[in-house]
Design a protein around this ligand. Structure first.
Ligand SMILES: [Zn+2]
Ligand SMILES: [Zn+2]
Length: 147
């Protein structure tokens, strides 16, 4: 067990291997269930709409997208530009980085840990910019839902 900073609320907490603290984890699961219920009825609803209808903050929705629990836009189509790869900025539908960069980062982790740490710090700033830029046009769906 070690003390880490919660990936969501930034408070220090005793980690058991999760990236977020116990409070955030519980709240996020509750929020995810609310979103899931809503999207069952309203597939491809806009982020603004989902946030208003469920009371889940846009920050949480963005986090769930980055954790690959939600997807934005048409998975088989081009990215809508809302969510972008944290490394090359290519539009993506879910997660933090595109498939190409995922492979590169994986090899970078093995070769040069310091380089990856620098990327992470830039990413934190970018996440804040993205939270500001959430647009109502971005359509959400549940990850793994068959249409
Ligand atoms: Zn937290
Ligand atoms: Zn990329």
């Amino acid at each position: 067990m070690e003390v880490k900073q919660c990936d969501f609320c930034r408070m220090p907490y005793q980690s058991h291997g999760n990236k977020v603290c116990r409070d955030c984890l519980m709240k996020m699961d509750e929020d995810f269930i609310k979103i899931r219920e809503y999207l069952y009825e309203h597939d491809r609803a806009g982020i603004e709409e989902v946030s208003e209808a469920t009371g889940v903050t846009r920050k949480t929705i963005l986090y769930l997208l980055k954790e690959e629990r939600l997807i934005v836009g048409d998975e088989n189509g081009p990215g809508c530009g809302f969510l972008t790869c944290e490394t090359c900025r290519k539009p993506i539908h879910t997660g933090r980085i595109c498939a190409d960069c995922k492979n590169e980062v994986l090899s970078a982790i093995q070769e040069n840990v310091r380089a990856v740490k620098t990327i992470k710090q830039e990413v934190k700033q970018r996440v804040e910019e993205e939270e500001e830029s959430i647009k109502g046009v971005a359509k959400l769906s549940l990850k793994g839902t068959k249409r």
